[in-house]
Design a protein around this ligand. Sequence first.
Ligand SMILES: [Ca+2]
Ligand SMILES: [Ca+2]
Ligand SMILES: [Ca+2]
Length: 413
Amino acid sequence: MKQHITLICSLFLAATTFAQSPYISKVYEYMPAPGQFVHLMPEFDPDGVGWQDLPETTCRRLMTSAANEYLVNDQQYLVSLGGWGGYIIFGFDHMVENNPSELDFQILGNAFYSNTNPNPDAPKEGGSSEPGIVMVAYDANKNGLPDDEWYELAGAEYDNPATRHHYSLTYYRPSVDHQPTPDNSYPYLIDTTYIRWRDSEGNTGFMSQVSFHKQPYYPIWLSADSITFYGARLADNYVDESGTGSYYVQYCYPWGYADNQPNTDRRSKFNISWAVTDNGTHVQLPGIHFVKVYTAVHQSCGWLGETSTEIMGAKDLHLTHEAEIDNFNDVYNGLQTISPSTADQLLILNNPVKDNLIVVAQERTKALIIGLRGDIITELDIKSGNNILPLTQLPGGMYVLLTSSSAYKLIKQ
Ligand SMILES: [Ca+2]
Ligand SMILES: [Ca+2]
Ligand SMILES: [Ca+2]
């Protein structure tokens, strides 16, 4: 009998040891940049035992472990990364496989679209989008630690000239005798000279303290009076649609960023095949074990304060059977490298079009979708062969699809 129980226990242990979880299995590092949710999400010293008296390395470990408790096994609590550059590194208990044609994993945030945008002509997709750049690593040295080469997943804005690659930003702790400078005409900003910063381009400025969050924004567990973050910076994505500082809309980037599109949208999913090296060369990884996300914009939106990416989980879509075909690149990537073609006769297979336009081309070509007033709506990279081009975002109506020698009437439903 005893032997029997031992055998069952061993089998159970073996099963639990080797079962793969689709969710985050471990947070390896959490280092927020200064921000209005620092010390709150996750909470610093939740039991009030005096973390601030502990050495910095211990506090860093405790903060990482707090973020770990918020995220592992699909807990879905929100972890804030703070302002630009603040980051988190997490991993899975197995290799997330890269099927080159599919979206492989998803990162959950709290982005949402606004239904009450006061600007009737605004792009539809905007609201709270706080994009984070995603990096991935393959455990090449097989030691189970994220000490390997990192690759950025090149999202829709990677080739945008407004994206600053190899950017860095230093934040400074307010001095002990710091005196706040309130904005007397805008009561939400209670200190406009709160966190001084300087970037790698020589710009300087301050992160303001907002009236809704009065706890320290600079991580109090850091012993140094300044902290520097490195990465790429995306262009600002907000517009003050009220014009008076009362209604800010953060417009979504198309795809490829965390906390940018709602979790219900497939554009919150990622293809490992988007990975690029530090100099922008595409690499085809077999899969990844680790993910790093950092806040990608350096902006403040009045009373909303600085924009900070939030993470509430991640999952391996192959294990949850939610992997989908990746056709984002067909539309958004490679536009700058296309040379005009003369053999650009197209065969349009579905016209009117509802979601995806299906086009067959003899040779690779470039095409424009033109509105009835002659305005260029979008540019399409059409490959040789079959093309599935998502046009879900195109408003219903009549358009002209234009190549260098032909024009086609296109109806969008
Ligand atoms: Ca893939
Ligand atoms: Ca968010
Ligand atoms: Ca490693």
